[in-house]
Design a protein around this ligand. Structure first.
Ligand code: ADP
Length: 275
């Protein structure tokens, strides 16, 4: 895919959306407003890290990074910003693919404990370096195998953790990551990500999974984002036969739960397997 294809995909989605919206001018205007804000948001979100990258490269060219230490700091900042830009573009690609139903899922068998332990340890190390406190709990009587799209599930967890980091005004982020088996369902799990952040008020709690929805706080406080993360997450969860929902107390924190069901029939051409 190229950026122009992706952008034309996005416009295709907007057109499709406006065709579906025959209910009235007000709704149409709301979508038009969201579209404008999305474009402004994407431009802003891309511009900020790229401006920083250019600034630091200029600094290097002018010889400002004249010690090994300074050079390392400059390189780290450039790398971080490039990584962020890459992530944002990935989200846009992913969103437009989901939106035009051209997603190729790659379901594969994973061992639930090992898989989540890897992700949780990676996140714990990363976030604790930044001063957060992370606890995790993989609450399974015994490990089992299930088929998921491992890259995409990693993406869901990363999205949720990214939000926990962004929507937090406490001195330290407290994060709790949990996996449980779903009672009465074979080879199904519930994953929960809890934070001690700003929370979501009740009036908006269902809207957060809507495409382009961004909380007023997120806009006014200029927290980077596009309003795509939770909508992408919801679609990826649904592709695993699951659901996603939020529980929150404003000022205290938020927990996002999602379920995943085994997709082994997709791996095994509709046949049952012996676990
Ligand atoms: P984005 O973060 O790009 O705005 P998302 O789709 O990830 O988009 O989230 C939509 C909105 O839901 C956010 O703008 C924010 O208002 C709210 N939100 C999401 N996660 C959290 C959280 N952990 N705590 C508080 N608010 C949240």
């Amino acid at each position: 895919d190229t950026v122009p294809t992706m952008i034309s995909g996005l416009f295709h989605s907007f057109n499709k959306m406006s065709v579906q919206l025959k209910e009235g001018q007000a709704v149409k205007e709301k979508y038009e407003q969201n579209r404008k804000e999305l474009i402004a948001g994407i431009s802003h979100d891309l511009k900020t890290p790229i401006t920083s990258i250019l600034g630091y490269i200029e600094g290097i060219n002018e010889g400002v990074a004249n010690t090994e230490e300074k050079m390392q700091t400059y390189m780290d900042i450039i790398y971080k910003n490039a990584q962020y830009t890459n992530q944002l573009i990935d989200d846009l690609f992913l969103f437009s693919k989901l939106d035009i139903n051209q997603m190729d899922y790659n379901f594969e068998l994973i061992s639930v404990k090992d898989y989540f332990l890897d992700i949780f340890v990676e996140k714990k190390i990363d976030l604790e370096e930044q001063g957060a406190k992370v606890v995790y709990d993989i609450d399974l009587e015994e490990d089992f195998v299930m088929a998921i799209d491992s890259k995409l599930v990693h993406r869901i967890v990363s999205n949720l953790i990214g939000n926990a980091v962004k929507y937090n005004d406490k001195p330290n982020l407290n994060l709790r990551l949990q996996v449980k088996a779903i009672e009465g369902k074979e080879h199904g799990i519930m994953v929960s990500v809890s934070d001690n952040g700003i929370g979501i008020d009740e009036a908006h709690i269902h809207q957060v999974f809507d495409v382009f929805y961004r909380g007023d706080d997120s806009r006014s406080k200029d927290v980077g984002g596009t309003g795509l993360g939770l909508s992408i997450s919801r679609q990826l969860v649904e592709a695993h036969g699951g659901t996603i929902w939020a529980e929150s107390t404003p000022g205290t924190g938020t927990t996002i739960h999602f379920t995943l069901l085994d997709q082994h029939k997709e791996v095994n051409h509709g046949e049952d397997i012996n676990y």
